[in-house]
Design a protein around this ligand. Sequence first.
Ligand SMILES: [Zn+2]
Ligand SMILES: [Zn+2]
Length: 368
Amino acid sequence: MPQSRDLYEILGVPRNASQEDLRKAYLKLAHKYHPDKTGGDKAAEDKLKEVNAAYDVLKNPDKRAQYDQFGSTDGQGPFSGGGFGGGFDAPFEDFFDMFFGQGGGRRRSAARPGSDLEFRLGINLKEAAFGAKKRIRFNRMETCGDCRGSGAAPGSQPETCSQCQGTGQVRVAHGFFSVTRTCPQCRGAGRMVSKPCRNCSGAGQVKTLRELLVDVPAGVDTGSRVRYAGEGEAGSGGGPRGDLYILIEVAPHELFARDSTTLLCEVPISFLQAAVGDTIKVPTLDGEEELRIPPGAQTGTELRLRGRGMPDLRGYRQGDLVIRLRVETPARLSRRQRDLLKEFEDQGDAKCNPLKQEFQERVRRSRD
Ligand SMILES: [Zn+2]
Ligand SMILES: [Zn+2]
């Protein structure tokens, strides 16, 4: 219901009282009318309800701005589900609009939700794997503190638009009919500011730097979006804030290629390691781990380190780290090395190089 008494009057503070003064006044009254003090007096109980309701509106800067502008507030945005729209006859709806400044849909422009914002956040692969807290700074529109969003210079009030008498719409004759248009003078706001606030030039909002500690969840990938509800731009006329979307960009890693939750790392090993086997240290995201290379490993042999890949964003499973071996053929040999390898080759038989052996068999067969 529309408040019958001025909210500032209820709390006994001037209209330009600071939030801190409001709080102090509220605490004093809440104390005064508390049932413990008054022994359950009915009048005091009603007073306390009134005080609570008044403070509930004024403690919230957005609601306070809306109250200052429209003399009332229902504290909800335009998406609250209709409220007073629809069922009422037009004059009655106007009546409600006068009090609520929104809701009926007739002056839609009174309450506008703030825009969503997008912030591109670059992180590295390790941060994507383990999650990270990142401090970000961005500009967003905030309700102007000087005029509390009304756009009118402190001490002055927005006035009812003379052209539309505050409805935000005007009737224009159009042949035999008259059509309703958005009022050109106030652009549908229903209010005009004759003395604009200097801080915001009458816009009711000012660009403000916002710092936010972002919690990047483990498992994000490039293109992941993290939503921060209500961290977008401030709404106007009591409209809700927009949301902030953090768009993740994961930088390529020096060692690891990523495929969803699997990490792949190509590790070169020597011809000898490949032939006789070895235990080597391989890098992981958070250090290194020992890996046994089986004798007779080939280029392309893949060895799997379970659970050393990326986590699933929903926390279902942890991916693997795949080590792909690459056998490096010795190059730029000294004479002595060449002689040793020749001697090695002369010792060899078909068992050592089954692929080569088998291929030569096929070549021979194809000639028959
Ligand atoms: Zn301002
Ligand atoms: Zn107007």
